[in-house]
Ligand binder design. Structure first.
Ligand code: 5GP
Ligand code: ZN
Length: 115
């Protein structure tokens, strides 16, 4: 999709600190990390958010989550624990309109506050 920063990262057109590059997914370090470990995982195929997911995308999104657990292991946070979140739409503050899961860890995380 044109003008999508995460599509540009997936295609290699825009540089990112990539930690895992699979056939269907790519994981890279967040440019503004909110925790010691902050990695963003995306499907290479453009999907706006979880809300745009259809039954046909189930395998892809399942793969993305499975890869996220693998990436967390590689990042060394499996034993200490980590959080995986996705923001959907305005109230969640979704900034990039390409489905992504945040992997956060490497330190004790705060509570999952709503505000
Ligand atoms: P959202 O708020 O949409 O859930 O999260 C988007 C995330 O992408 C933010 O944490 C932001 O720092 C990150 N981000 C936005 N643009 C770039 C970029 O060009 N490169 C990288 N590595 N991260 C980005
Ligand atoms: Zn995109």
């Amino acid at each position: 999709m044109d003008d999508c920063i995460f599509c540009a990262i997936a295609s290699g057109e825009t540089k990112a600190d990539i930690v895992f590059d699979g056939r269907d997914t790519v994981f890279f370090r967040d440019i503004h990390p909110k925790a010691k470990v902050h990695i963003v995982g995306i499907p290479k195929q453009h999907l706006t958010s979880l809300d745009a997911m259809t039954a046909a995308d189930q395998a892809l999104v399942g793969k993305l989550l499975h890869d996220a657990a693998h990436v967390a292991e590689e990042a060394g946070v499996t034993a200490t624990g980590y959080r995986v979140i996705t923001n959907v739409g305005g109230d969640a503050g979704q900034e990039v309109q390409h489905l992504h899961f945040h992997i956060l860890g490497g330190e004790r995380l705060g509570p999952l506050n709503v505000r």
